[in-house]
Design a protein around this ligand. Sequence first.
Ligand code: NAD
Length: 176
Amino acid sequence: MRGLLVGRFQPFHRGHLQVVETVRRARPDADLLLVIGSAEESYTWKNPFTAGERFEMVDRSLSPSDRACVHTVPIPDIRRHAQWVRYLESLLPSFDRVYTNNPLTRLLFERAGYAVESPPLYERARYEGEHIRSLLAAGGDWKPLVTPGVATYLESIDAPRRLATLRSKGGGRDEE
Ligand code: NAD
């Protein structure tokens, strides 16, 4: 048995970790594919961190037992949503269940016949990527919203300065 959790993880925060732990508790014997989506994106307001940096954040957040069962795979987006699930299937080992709260992701996987579950949102107002990016850019209190490993890592790559630069460049709005 193998589940799939897809996200951008910009950055990987405690809400994401809560989802991983909930899924692992529900199916302790199953592996989990943690797909880093939009892997080709970086240095934009919506996607400030490279796929490799996001991989580091996941790796520094998981417990040793979770790390043994969670397989992190960066995957670039494709332009055609209608083909996306087949594209993932061509790159990944088989999986039987998908975990997401993203409406488009749910729609596409349901259309392809997968069982889709939406783990409960964990304090969504606080644990939300754009909120954390805004705090990073403004010198706010972002550290409690990520794991200690991610906080240390984000400091080591000077993430607050990167976010402040990207916000002033893009006006803090998503470039899409
Ligand atoms: P995200 O990092 O915003 O969220 C990842 C998951 O975590 C989501 O299910 C979200 O609901 C959940 N989450 C976030 N905060 C939470 C909290 N506090 N508590 C509990 N759960 C929480 O990523 P996303 O934007 O959903 O990522 C979807 C990815 O799939 C993107 O990379 C997107 O580009 C990709 N995608 C690609 C295509 C394509 O290539 N055509 C099509 C669809 C989706």
